[in-house]
Design a protein around this ligand. Sequence first.
Ligand SMILES: [Zn+2]
Length: 587
Amino acid sequence: MNWNLTPLFKTPEDFKAAFDEVSSYIPRLASFKGKLNEERSFIEYLLLSDEVELLGGRVYQYCSLKSDLNKKNIENAAELSKVFALFNQLGIATSFEGPELISIGEETILGFIDKHPEVSHFRFSMEKLFRSQEHVLDGASERLLSYFSPVSRGGSSLYTALSTADKSGVTIKLKDKSTVVVNTSNFTALLENAKDPSDRKKIFEAVYKHYELHKNTFAGIYEQVLNSGKAYAKARNYSSILESHLFNNNIPTSVYHNLVNVASKQNKALKKYLKLRKQYLGLKSYHTYDRFLNFVNSDVKYTYEEGREIFFKSIAHLPEEFIEYAHEAVRDGYVDVLPQDGKRTGAYSSSVTDTHPFILLNYTEGLDDVFTLAHEAGHSIHSLYAMNNQHGNNQNYTIFVAEIASTFNEHMLLDYFIKSGDTSKEVKIQLIQKAIDSIISTFYRQTLFAHYELLAHEKVEKDEPINYEVLSNIMVDLYKKYYGLDIKKEGYKEFVWAYIPHLFSTPFYVYQYATSFAASFKIYQDVSNGVEGAFERYTGLLKSGGSKYPIDQAKEAGVDFTKKETFMAVIDRMNTLVDELEKLLSE
Ligand SMILES: [Zn+2]
C-alpha cells in the first residue's frame, strides 16, 4: 500500500552520493565546449549525457516522490529545490550544446551519429534540434536566457505555495449537525454524497472560498505565468505563445483550434444531459458542483485489492504481454494507495529513464477510484513498454500521447463493468452516467480550460490588462457557451481558473486530455470491433515511447487530429449515450 523507494536508492546516504556524483558531471560536460565538432568528443559527450540523465532522473524521482508524500515537510521541499538548482546548473553548463551543434551543422552531426550505433537513440532529438534552429539563439543569448529559467518557474512555485502549502482544511457543520473537515482531496467525495443542496453549497464554498479570498494574488501569479510565456515566445521568435508550446512536439496550432471549435459548438447533447440531471435529480437550480451527484446511488465500495482485481479482469482478453505489463505496473511497492495529511492530492504515474514507474493515488474505495487506478496503470504500462523497447531519452513519451494509454484502460474498464455487471436498470443507468461524465470531464471540461488558456494568452499578447475580473469573465462566458450555465450565480465558481494547478504549472497542457481521449476512443473502437492489426498498432504506439513526433505516432495508430471527424466520434458517442439514458430514465 506504500511506496518502497529502495529500488531508487537503498539509503539516504546513497541518494546524497548520487547527488554529488551528478554535480561532478557539471565540469566534465562543460569541458566539451568547443570540441563537439570532433567525432570522438561528440560521441563521448552524448554517452556522458546518457549517464547523467539516468542518474539525474533517479535523483529527481527519489526527491520528488518523497516530497509528494508530505508537502508540509520543509526538509523534503528544501531537498527538492536543491535538485532543481542542480539541474539548473547542469542546464547552464551545457547551454553551449544547442548553438554549438547548430553551428557545426545537421549533415555533420547526423553523419557522426549514423557511424555510431551506440548513440543512434540521439538521432531523433538531434533532428528535433535542427528543426528548432530558427528558435535557438546565439551562445551568449542562450546563456543569458538560462539565468532566467528559475525566474520563469516562479509563478508555478508561488502557486503551489498559496494553493497547497498555505491552505488548510476548513471545518464545516452539516445539516445533520455533524462536522467535517473539507480539503481538496475529500472535496469531490463529500459533494457526491451530500444529499442536501445547502450542504453541497457549504462544501463547495469551503474549498473555493480560498480562491476568492486570494483572488488578487492568484491573478497576479497567473499574470506572471502569462508574461513569462510571452517573454519566452518573443525571445525565441515564435509567432504566438500557443505556437511556442506546440512547436517542440510539432503539433500544428490548427489541431488546437480544431478541438476548441468542435467542443465549443457541438454541445447539444451536453446541454440536454444537464437538463435531464436537473429534472431527474429534482434540483431547483443546477450548479456545477452538482455534477458529482449520481442518478442512482450505489454505496458499493471496492477495496484497493478488489479494485485491482477488477482492473485485471477488464483487460484479461487482451494479449498476454499487455497483461503482464499491467501486473508489473501495480506491483506492491510501486503504488502509494491511501490519502494522508500533507500528501499531494489527486493521482499520477511518474517515470524516469530505465526505472520502474511509480503510481500515487488517494484511494477512497469508490467506483471512481477504480477508474483512477486503471488510468494511472495505463501510464505505467506505457512507460514499461517504452522502457523495454527504447533507449535513453527516447523512452520519454510526450504528454500528448500519454493520456491515450490511460484513457484506453478506462474504456476497457467501463466495458467490463457494463458487460459483466448484472444488467439491472439501475446498474445500467449508473454506468451510462459514468460514461457520459467521463466524456464531459475529459473532453468538454478540459477543452473549456484549454479554451480559457488560449483566450487569456491572447489577451496578454495584445497587452490587455490581466486581473481577476478579466480572468473570471472569460470563465463565465465559456461556461455559458459550453454548458449553458451561469456560474456568476454560484458565487465563488468564477474563480475556477485559480483552482486548476495545470493552468499555472504547465500552460497549454490540458487540451491534451481531450485530444488523447478522442484518440484512445478511436483506438478502443477499432480494437473492440476487431479491426485487423488494431491492437498491434496500439502497442506499436506504446513501444515507440518518445522516439517520434506524437502526431505521427497517433497517425500510425489510426488517428488523424487534423480532421474534424476524429473529435466528432466523441460527440456522436455522447449523443447516443444521452439518448439511451433518457430512454432508461423515462421507462
Ligand atoms: Zn493521466
